[in-house]
Write a protein that binds this ligand. Structure first.
Ligand code: SF4
Length: 322
């Protein structure tokens, strides 16, 4: 594959819960994102995928580990100029198009926010022209610039959020569940828009979703997270054709098949057992309590995240290792 754009090494983000407990939202995650690809990141709500996305774009300071962008370390303290450049190059699209747009601001000002910070010397006319160009790029029109968010549908609001993210000419976008809050009929339109923008602008995406079937059409590779850890990472095709981790296998078995006869015949993997308390995870494999293959070894020691096949990484004792 091509050039590495972003590298995350042993990244940790912990939150204090009360006086004595710690929530390890992201707990030692490592992966790379290649220039021009879409890496889909999936897992149940609360598995840490949004926290991981927010930590990458510096909305959260990591508790440990490192993040490199274009070979340069961007975690930890940066100069004001370096921070500005990071904000320009990396943008985020948020889940909820209702909550993420300020209802008191006109679309022109929402979209121009990032532009204003990066280029305050733009004239009023230049600023408006740039906003109109962005609105047209995401399928909206010039006259939308003067309206307020409540005048738009959910899909249109998400388009405004995408235009806002594009305003700084970023190279990398974290899309945090960008279609989860939308009607099913609108979801495909937004995914297709993101794909077209990727082709046109050479963007790289980290596309976060809780539903593995949603990421299939946009991702070149897919990472699966469970309780703060990455448990599988491979090409989209390998994940769907030959999932290795028992958790990924269960997620895939829950996707309904379009053919009703095939759907009737196939067997679902039902995850039994409780999810551990995230602030008190027992030693060993985090998936132990729900895994049909769990052994004493799994209860004793946590599996390393290792390459089981070329480009196919998994954290499970069933695929070798000490
Ligand atoms: Fe299941 Fe053991 Fe693999 Fe964990 S390490 S996923 S408990 S088989």
């Amino acid at each position: 594959m091509s050039e590495v754009l972003l590298e995350v090494k042993d990244l940790k983000k912990y939150f204090a819960v009360g006086k004595k407990q710690t929530l390890k939202a992201v707990d030692g995650v490592s992966f790379q994102i290649y220039k021009g690809e879409t890496l889909g990141l999936v897992g149940e709500s609360g598995c840490g995928k949004s926290t991981l996305g927010r930590t990458i774009v510096r909305l959260y300071q990591p508790t440990g580990g490192e993040i490199f962008y274009g070979g340069k370390k961007i975690s930890g303290p940066l100069s004001r100029e370096e921070t500005r450049e990071c904000c320009r190059r990396m943008q985020m699209i948020f889940q909820d198009p209702y909550m993420s747009l300020d209802p008191r601001m006109k679309v022109v000002d929402i979209v121009a926010e990032g532009m204003d910070a990066q280029n305050p010397s733009l004239s009023r006319g230049e600023r408006e022209d740039a906003v109109v160009k962005l609105l047209e790029m995401v399928g909206l029109q010039k006259e939308h610039a003067g309206r307020f968010p409540h005048e738009f549908s959910g899909g249109q609001r998400q388009r405004i959020g995408i235009a806002r993210a594009l305003a700084t000419h970023p190279e990398f976008i974290v899309a945090d569940e960008p279609i989860s809050a939308l009607d099913v009929s609108i979801q495909a339109q937004v995914v297709n828009l993101l794909r077209r923008l990727q082709d046109r602008l050479g963007l790289t995406y980290l596309f976060i979703a809780h539903d593995i079937s949603m990421v299939q059409y946009i991702s070149s590779r897919i990472g699966v997270m469970y309780l703060g850890s990455l448990v599988e990472l491979a090409s989209s095709r390998a994940v769907f054709d030959r999932p290795l981790h028992p958790y990924t296998q269960a997620l895939l078995s829950a996707i309904p098949l379009p053919d009703p006869r095939a759907e009737k015949k196939r067997s679902r993997i039902v995850l039994e057992g409780a999810v551990p308390n995230p602030v008190d995870i027992p030693p060993g494999c985090k998936f132990c309590s729900r895994c049909r293959y769990a052994t004493d070894r799994c209860r004793r020691s946590a599996p390393a995240f290792r390459q089981a096949e070329e480009g196919h990484w998994v954290a499970c004792h069933r695929y070798g290792g000490p």
